[in-house]
Structure formats: C-alpha cells, structure tokens
Ligand binder design. Structure first.
Ligand code: FNR
Length: 184
C-alpha cells in the first residue's frame, strides 16, 4: 500500500510560486507516495480559550492529519521566518495539550523564494518548531529553491532541467525517509 503524504504550502496566494513548486513535487513523487495538499488558510488563529469548544476547522485538521504517514512542507520566507499561516497550522495541530497531531510523522521541507538566499531562514525556523512537535525532519538533501521565477516556462511548467532533476532526487530520498521513519 502507498504512503499517504500531506502537502502543506505556506502561501495562500493564487499565483504562488510555492504552490507551483508543490505541484511539481507532486508530479515528481515516486509511485509509492500518495500526495494530498491540505488547506491551512481557513484555520481560525490559535487561541487556547477556544479549546473548550474548538472551531470545526481545527477539529477537521486534527482528524485529517491522523490519516497521513508523512508531511511535505513547501514554504516561502516572510521576514526571515515562516509565514504566520503556516505557524498557525503547526500550533493548531499541536494541541490540545497531550494530543499532538504531528507526533512522529516524518517530514521533508522545501523552501522557495524569488530571492537568492533560498529562504534559508524560513527553512530552518520551520525545523526548530518541528523538533518540538516531535516530527523527524529529513536532514539531507536540503532544498533551498532560490530565483524561482526563472525556473518555469510561460505555461507554468517547471522547465529548468537541473532543478527538476534535483527535486526528483529529493522526492526519492523523502519517500525513503518516510518509509524508514513512519510510525509502525
Ligand atoms: C516576503 N518575501 C521574502 N522573500 C525572502 O526571500 N525572504 C524574506 O524574508 C521575505 N520576506 C517577505 C515578507 C513578506 C510579508 C512578504 C509578503 C514577502 C518575498 C517572497 O519570497 C515572495 O513574495 C514570494 O513570491 C512569496 O511566495 P509565494 O506566495 O510566491 O509562494
């Protein structure tokens, strides 16, 4: 049976480069992975008071996460960190106390920017939070996608052969990472 992977994208923008890279990653994924993008844009901002009667969007995320074997994060960098929308999703999934929906699910991170530093700050801030929620995050290969605007053709297809080859190798390594580290 296939390994189910939740794809979490840190941008809500319609023409998001991160969404385009996420779609390319889904196409390049090995057959053993079943990829599904999950939406995080509708989650009310985390407020511990709401745990008494949690918003349905929170409950949906928590129950949905339970069905996945692994996580693939594709994220921009906002002011050298992860966008608030992604941090909010991590916070929502990590609670109520003692019921952490992320627990033990192996993850991969791809950070994406039109800039030239590959969204390194975002990539590593995300790793910091994932350590705390007990998500084993693949160390290598790292994926910092800079200058993203130059990698796609006019029709929105990933056209840069070297990036395509790299992302294909990344997805093969990620599949192995999930297989080795998945909860039994
Ligand atoms: C940015 N951007 C940005 N880029 C970067 O490489 N490092 C950064 O720290 C920031 N900071 C930042 C803050 C805020 C609030 C915004 C809106 C943008 C630029 C960012 O990489 C660019 O807008 C990307 O296109 C965002 O990703 P999507 O939406 O195309 O996926």
């Amino acid at each position: 049976t296939k390994l189910k992977i939740a794809v979490l994208v840190g941008s809500l923008r319609k023409e998001s480069w991160n969404k385009k890279i996420a779609n390319a990653l889904i196409k390049l994924a090995p057959d053993m992975l079943e990829m599904e993008t999950i939406s995080i844009g509708d989650l009310p901002l985390y407020n511990e008071d709401l745990e008494a009667d949690p918003p349905k969007e929170w409950v949906n995320l928590r129950t949905h996460l339970a069905t996945f074997n692994g996580l693939l994060f594709v994220t921009p960098e906002y002011n050298r960190s992860i966008p608030g929308v992604l941090k909010n999703a991590i916070d929502v999934g990590s609670r109520p106390y003692g019921k952490n929906s992320w627990d033990g699910k192996p993850a991969g991170i791809v950070s994406v920017t039109p800039g030239h530093l590959g969204a390194f700050g975002s990539n590593h801030h995300l790793r910091q939070s994932l350590v705390f929620v007990n998500v084993p995050t693949m160390p290598q290969p790292e994926a910092y996608i800079g200058g993203v605007e130059a990698l796609f053709d006019k029709d929105g297809n990933l056209s840069n052969a070297s990036t395509k080859g790299f992302l294909e190798k990344f997805m093969a390594a990620f599949a192995k990472w999930v297989e080795i580290n998945r909860k039994k």
